[in-house]
Design a binder for this molecule. Structure first.
Ligand SMILES: C[S@@+](CC[C@H](N)C(=O)[O-])C[C@H]1O[C@@H](n2cnc3c(N)ncnc32)[C@H](O)[C@@H]1O
Length: 505
């Protein structure tokens, strides 16, 4: 093993000459995928710039001034892949294109993931690593300590000095217009604007501003040219909070009533933790138990059902974020990809492997009363599909007059996060668990956490059962798919063996 780990091989000497000049770029000639599933593009520089070894390309992450060239490259690659997929005798007609594309990318991304694991020496795992620099040195090297001005000494770890590249901006080479593609273009002599070419990266960037420390959310479409899912124009991304509609009481004034614990740093004994007691979660022999194990994974020994609600430690507690009773409230560390499915619109998947019990995210949106939810259902504008009811402990307080006023729903149509793209499956790989940490349970405004119920390989669609009661019913009756469509239901496209045939949405 070399005395350095993970250092890039030394770049051949570069001479950019006059650093203020604008360099011409010929085009994008290659692509690779980094460990975060983000693409990098190999850009070929023109006008005679090259290194001493004759190479004249650099790797660049997507950025605004490269957008046009990248889009051109992407369209060319997609067309090529489609051609290959169609020509391959090993691929069945109609299953063909998408699967092949998906396979190719999955392999590339799996490689990226392996690279990432090696690169995680220390530091915040959510920070993307720049492969061209900023890699941490494990041991001092004689080569580096000789680097003039590096400041490296042989007495301890330090940053590897990176020679900054001169400022470059892009100017497109004047080129003769490419041949027209479509009949329309041939007729009019005008090139049609590229379809939806400028929406993905701006939307990813916009959402990134609201992630509050959570892992990235990106969009992928291997099926059509639609870059991003349809959303209302002023859609607001909310990673881990609700916006409250008029008439929905704010949690703020209840914070002072939050029960808090005085455990030191981490809560280890559920019987001693004041936060855990009200949840009533117990082992068979009557001891308090936390909802999560020491690895912060959900404990499936807990009784699952309507009564289960997780109460996490809160801002008034003395424990810190390492406490294993703080999970859903922490920034999501699973990177998510929103992708176009073959049969049921856009869906969500993780780009890393997800272990069983992992809390992947929480459903967010506009918190509305049940009454308003019902009015919105009646509008019939598609919004209904994104309204989730918070039915925790309903029926518990039968003598409480305020009961009906305290039934809430979450509308993810105009506000929300990636979980609004989670589709239904009759064999889901996640379940929904109500969790509170910033309100008292009595307020009945929990978050709905999406918890993995099995180990989920990267890029497997994440799904929940939209109607767990129907699942129980079907289990009881060993019922088969009903022939006629139940009222308000639509055909289920989950394509699993135990598919119940219909879903109510
Ligand atoms: C919460 S949204 C999920 C995201 C949605 N696919 C999209 O593109 O925005 C729920 C809608 O997705 C579709 N859907 C989800 N699961 C489905 C399934 N198993 N079969 C058919 N359609 C499904 C239905 O149109 C449903 O109304």
């Amino acid at each position: 093993m070399s005395e350095h780990e993970y250092l890039p091989s030394p770049s051949p000497e570069e001479d950019w000459g006059d650093t203020d000049r604008e360099w011409v770029v010929d085009g994008v000639v290659g692509e690779s995928i980094d460990a975060f599933g983000q693409k990098r593009y190999e850009v070929k520089w023109g006008e005679g710039w090259k290194r001493n070894d004759g190479t004249n390309t650099t790797w660049e992450h997507p950025r605004e001034d490269l957008e046009e060239l990248i889009d051109k490259w992407e369209r060319k690659q997609t067309a090529k892949r489609m051609e290959k997929a169609k020509a391959s005798p090993a691929i069945a007609i109609n299953v063909e294109d998408w699967h092949m594309l998906h396979e190719n990318r999955t392999i590339e991304r799996a490689r990226g993931y392996e690279e990432l694991k090696k690169l995680y020496i220390r530091g915040d795992p959510r920070q993307p690593i720049d492969f061209d620099g900023q890699l941490k040195r494990l041991k001092p090297s004689s080569r580096e300590s000789k680097t003039p001005g590096s400041g490296a000494s042989s007495s301890g770890p330090s940053q590897r000095p990176i020679k900054p590249l001169p400022k470059r901006s892009f100017r497109r080479l004047p080129s003769s217009s490419p041949a027209p593609d479509s009949e329309e273009e041939k007729k009019t002599g005008r090139r049609a604007p590229p379809r939806e070419t400028k929406r993905r990266r701006p939307l990813e960037k916009k959402w990134a501003e609201s992630l509050n420390g959570a892992a990235p959310v990106t969009f992928v479409n291997d099926i059509s040219y639609e870059e991003v899912p349809p959303l209302v124009p002023d859609f607001q991304y909310l990673e881990r909070r609700y916006v409250r509609a008029d008439g929905v009481s704010s949690a703020e004034h209840r914070r002072e009533f939050l029960l808090s614990c005085e455990c030191e740093r981490r809560c280890l004994d559920a019987d001693d933790c004041e936060c855990q007691k009200p949840s009533g979660l117990q082992t068979d022999d009557g001891h308090g138990i936390f909802a999560y194990n020491k690895k912060k994974l959900f404990n499936f020994k807990l009784p699952l059902g309507m009564g289960l609600e997780v109460i996490e430690c809160n801002e008034n507690c003395t424990c810190d974020e390492r406490c294993h009773n703080r999970v859903a409230q922490l920034p999501r560390d699973v990177p998510i990809e929103i992708f176009l499915t073959q049969s049921h619109g856009w869906g969500a998947r993780a780009t890393f492997p997800v272990p069983r019990g992992k809390v992947i995210g929480v459903y967010t949106g506009e918190l509305i009363t049940r009454e308003v939810a019902e009015q919105r259902h009646a509008l019939g504008d598609g919004r209904k599909s994104y309204i989730f009811d918070l039915d925790v402990h309903e029926g518990d307080d039968d003598d409480d007059e305020d009961q009906s006023a305290r039934r809430y729903s979450v509308d993810g149509y105009a506000h929300g996060n990636w979980t609004r793209f989670v589709n239904h499956s009759c064999e889901p790989n996640m379940r929904v668990v109500p969790v509170v940490w910033d309100t008292i349970p009595e307020l009945k405004q929990p978050f709905l956490a999406f918890v993995a119920t099995e180990d989920i390989p990267p890029r497997t669609e994440l799904t929940i059962d939209y109607d767990p009661n129907a699942a129980l019913e079907a289990q009881k009756n060993h019922s088969k798919r009903p022939r006629t469509r139940p009222e308000g239901a639509r055909e289920c496209m989950c394509n699993t063996e135990s598919c119940r045939g219909w879903i109510r949405v």
